[in-house]
Design a protein around this ligand. Structure first.
Ligand code: SAM
Ligand code: SF4
Ligand code: SF4
Length: 341
């Protein structure tokens, strides 16, 4: 049964669930999983500790009953999870799922794009921070080659996902500002929207400082060197990206100003970590342990628990950070590879 809107304390509906299917990653992007803190011997979750496909589907089904319409698979690197197309097939067949997406570093797309498409995935977002090989290598923590990701993008284009491809680029001061215009051009030439993301203080391990953030207005100033931009309306009320179009050729780019223009007011997104914790904010310290609930003998139903978690939600971290003009205390905040952005 497709469910009704469940609203939180501030009246925000639950519409969107991000599911981290894998905490491991083949890259060590310094802004996400710096090599020094995720060395070879780092203890990632065991197969037993990660949610099984059955458990993920159970949670997704309840989320849909509570109003979720969009599911996004992420990680870590989601394509490292064995048999992912099987999970996609099961999620795609849930009544009420209107949008089924995946965010990936792209490396495994040449091998997997067709199977993902056949399983019923609607869209793919590929993360690509630079076209320049040296900068790319630096931003992947020395683990990636830009050609691999470009091949991944080409593979995704060939299989023609019904809702297309997007590119995400995190912009860091002094690291990849010079790549912004070439990346936008690369996307525009292929009809792919590149969305430039302000670097965020997610997790506790990337040493984030406000001075590392390239503000959306500065990103737009760089992009304007290639032509005049006009703002486009959002597709949906809760879209996080600001959309722009070049007047001269109609091509589109996006910016996600999570730091300088927070969008907590419209935030309708819950996140499920690889080990089954439900987080109601990207910056939350603790998630609710749904895995224990599913594996235990608890009397409460999953639906009751998930509904009350959302109804009690009051998160608005980025709004608070914005008003304090700096980072809030990081405490024991969840790490990006468990929760997936
Ligand atoms: N490994 C996949 C990938 O890179 O696309 C999926 C997981 S990754 C955590 C999801 C997204 O989060 C990527 O687009 C990545 O660039 C973004 N991200 C990671 N750390 C970030 C940060 N500190 N600020 C902004 N975006 C970040
Ligand atoms: Fe891996 Fe994605 Fe994080 Fe980079 S951003 S380390 S590719 S999970
Ligand atoms: Fe949503 Fe939390 Fe981000 Fe605000 S800070 S937009 S509440 S995830």
């Amino acid at each position: 049964m497709v469910g009704h809107r469940t609203q939180d304390y501030w009246g925000r509906p639950l519409q969107d669930l991000r599911i981290s299917v894998m905490d491991r990653c083949s890259f060590r992007c310094p802004y996400c999983m710096p090599e020094s803190l995720y060395p070879e011997e780092f203890r990632f979750l065991s197969g037993q500790e990660r949610l099984s496909f059955d458990e993920i589907v159970q949670i997704a089904r309840v989320a849909v009953q509570l109003g979720v319409r969009k599911l996004r698979l992420t990680g870590g690197e989601p394509l490292l999870r064995a048999d992912l197309p099987e999970l996609i097939t099961r999620l795609a067949s849930l009544e009420g799922v209107e949008d089924l997406a995946l965010t990936t570093n792209g490396v495994l797309l040449p091998r997997q794009a067709l199977a993902l498409r056949q399983a019923g995935l609607h869209r793919v977002t590929v993360s690509l921070d630079a076209l320049d090989p040296t900068t790319f290598e630096q931003m992947s923590g020395g683990r990636g080659r830009v050609e691999q990701v470009l091949e991944g993008i080409e593979a995704a284009r060939r299989v023609n996902f019904p809702k297309g491809i997007k590119i995400n680029t995190v912009v860091q001061r002094g690291v990849n500002e010079k790549d912004v215009r070439p990346l936008a051009l690369y996307g525009r030439q292929r009809g792919i929207v590149v969305r430039f993301i302000e670097y965020m203080d997610v997790g506790t391990r990337n040493g984030w400082q406000i001075s590392d953030v390239v503000r959306a207005e500065d990103i737009l100033a760089l992009l304007s060197e290639d032509g005049e931009l006009e703002r486009l309306p959002s597709y949906e009320q809760h879209d996080v990206a600001q959309r722009y179009r070049y007047r001269h050729d109609g091509s589109e780019i996006g910016v996600i100003a999570s730091v300088t223009s927070p969008f907590c007011r419209g935030c309708s997104r819950a996140r499920l970590s690889s080990d089954g914790k439900l987080h109601t904010c990207l910056f939350s310290a603790e998630g609710f342990d749904l895995r224990s609930l599913l594996r235990g003998q608890d009397m409460f139903s999953l639906e009751e628990v998930m509904r009350s978690i959302w109804q009690e939600r009051r998160d608005r971290y980025s709004d608070r950070r914005f008003h304090q003009h700096d980072k809030l205390s990081s405490g024991s905040r969840v790490e990006m590879n468990y929760i997936g952005g």
